[in-house]
Design a protein around this ligand. Sequence first.
Ligand code: PMP
Length: 452
Amino acid sequence: MPIVETGTESLVKKDRENVWHHISAYNEKNPPMVWESGEGAWITDHEGNRYLDGMSGLWAVNVGYGREELAEVAYEQLKKMPYVPMTQSHEPAILLAEKLNELLGDDYKIIYSNSGSDANEVAFKLARQYHQQNGEPSRYKFISRYRAYHGSSMGALAATGQALRKYKYEPLAPGFLHVAPPDNYRRPAGQSVEEYNIQRAEEFEQKIIWEQKETIAGIIMEPIITGGGVLVPHPIYLEKVQEICNRHGVLLIIDEVICGFGRTGKAFGHQNYKVKPDIVTMAKGLTSAYLPLSVTAVRKDIYEKFDTGEENSHLRHINTFGGNPAACALALKNIEIMERENLFDRSVELGNRLQNELAELKDHPNVGEIRGLGFLLGIEVVENKETREPASNERIAKLMGDCKENGLIVGRNGDTVAGFNNVIALSPPLSCTDEDVDFIISVVKKVFKDNK
Ligand code: PMP
């Protein structure tokens, strides 16, 4: 047997030689962490250092790490039946679809895939086909927002409104348009938040009219833009968007990939607002990222235009791995844990505590705004509170580095369209204990105070 070198240094070297961490600019001085294990909200790296994962991985590990019952349910299912193509069916997929309908509070048909990007691609394909089969074949365009992220594949990336992630891969899928998002902190001086949100919602209507409504298939949006800077809209914004969709026969696709499964205090983020989406996409928190699984939930009245018995009326979308039995069984158990531990309510409780405690940072010279909903928080860091000039890369890197030094992993995002990445994001596991939240609060306060 060859000796396998597994010391951290050796792993980091092999990592550098063989693994491409394509979204991160690592180098010799700044290698990636090698994660080894996790328990609750905490991860331990290969050298034994512990960190509270304030980002739940990539906004995903909602029930926290180390849940043996999730591992067990997947193990049992893998032994019994590891794979069923979704041209057929199996018990975990059936029961999970029923459970998701209960959480959605309405009648949807559930389509399984593997990632958030997949789920959004399915939404785009079926929306176009729906309009064709509903007598409006010219509807093919989608409108989303600048700053929003919807995935990495050619359609989902086209829907994404972050130019830096896109421009080197263009041309992407055609037919994707964008409008400005509501960024309340940077609204015009003198305008009320409500007035501003109405105006921003009306940009959709303007776009629909200018583009000819007969060409518009759908609007896709997260309830709260997460990756583009944690932009929490005024409730009137989503209500208006819903009205506009209804008025113009445009489908409303809500991307719940991050906002779903308790992140904003409800099963789904859109349930904080008065909207009734036609299509809901979800991933990440669906399995708390223990296994890949995503869903495109489609309202039954949309579904009814498919499988009518007419030739080629069904959705011609095939996917080998979607709806894996172990992933579905695990997702069901994951939701059971969330319900048993009341994690949706807990998300509100912990989020409120975080916001209340961190409110004192509002006087800090570089804190422009602290905002969020549920256990999701964005700290807008600025160079100058008067001009609202976004914080420099150096300032953000220092704050993030100091958080890490103190044992807390935080995220970073913002208006990357304009080249700003000045929002520090927190999206910790919903299973955080009170002590975990105290820890987050104490580290964030300390780091900001040390960096005045
Ligand atoms: N939608 C949103 C809102 C997301 O944040 C992401 C991923 N960060 C996606 C879609 C794409 O999900 P995936 O990376 O699983 O393809």
